[in-house]
Design a protein around this ligand. Structure first.
Ligand code: SF4
Length: 62
């Protein structure tokens, strides 16, 4: 699974609350630590589903 943040991000911080292992805020934009995605897939999906800007993009690389 590969997680990225699109330019639609509004910097609300919801993703960092839902999945703090993977997401953090850098200024007014979210960043995702791809190295932490493995093992945190469920919370990444949860963050994506709850992003008010639909800014979290998940690609399912297997
Ligand atoms: S939940 Fe969405 S809009 Fe909010 S900081 Fe995260 S990526 Fe950006």
């Amino acid at each position: 699974m590969f997680v990225s943040i699109s330019t639609r991000c509004k910097g609300c911080g919801a993703c960092a609350k839902i999945s703090p292992e993977v997401f953090d805020l850098y200024g007014k934009f979210a960043i995702a630590d791809q190295n932490k995605v493995c093992g945190n897939e469920t919370s990444c999906i949860d963050a994506a589903l709850n992003c008010p800007a639909s800014a979290i993009v998940i690609d399912d690389w297997n």
